[in-house]
Design a protein around this ligand. Structure first.
Ligand SMILES: Nc1ncnc2c1ncn2[C@@H]1O[C@H](COP(=O)(O)OP(=O)(O)OP(=O)(O)O)[C@@H](O)[C@H]1O
Ligand SMILES: [Mg+2]
Length: 145
């Protein structure tokens, strides 16, 4: 599935669609350059799922957990990881990725997932963000059930 969002409102609409099909236990790897819109997308999905916690870039803490989602989705927590500062897969191993990935009541989003590729479940959803212009983003979704 691929769309071109002409502005943030269109990205929001798309995020709402994705939120509607995400299930507890899903892992979503978010690819794309700096400023492509990965964190923005997590924030939009969280909002669509009824989470009220503020979604911020976890760059300086590696991971955040948001609680308080709506009960209808069955998703109780959102784990938000940003592996930008991980040097190699050894760093990722030390982080204890399994703890994040085996959360049956959570959805886990991972920004800069390349370094963790070998730890990602095969069933992971992959979303690729591409900056086309200041406000346009190409968003390509792979492996969504
Ligand atoms: N169509 C669009 N969809 C989403 N974001 C957009 C769009 N147009 C402009 N933007 C802006 O792009 C920026 C995306 O920043 P964001 O922090 O989400 O990027 P990121 O991919 O998480 O970057 P980083 O790798 O630094 O974490 C935001 O300021 C957002 O408002
Ligand atoms: Mg980010």
């Amino acid at each position: 599935m691929e769309i071109v969002a002409a502005n943030t409102e269109q990205t929001q609409k798309f995020a709402e669609e994705i939120a509607g099909v995400l299930k507890p236990g899903d892992v979503v790897a978010l690819y794309g350059d700096l400023g492509a819109g990965k964190t923005t997308f997590v924030s939009m999905v969280a909002k669509a799922l009824g989470f009220t916690d503020r979604v911020q870039s976890p760059t300086f803490v590696v991971s955040r957990i948001y609680g308080g989602g709506s009960s209808t989705s069955g998703i109780k927590y959102i784990h938000h990881l940003d592996l930008y500062r991980m040097q190699d897969s050894g760093d990722v191993r030390d982080l204890g990725m399994e703890d994040y990935l085996n959360q049956p009541d959570s959805v886990t989003f991972i920004e800069w997932p390349e370094v963790a590729e070998k730890y990602l479940p095969e069933k992971s959803v992959r979303i690729f963000f591409e900056t086309l212009s200041e406000n346009e983003r190409k968003i390509h979704v792979q492996n969504l059930h």
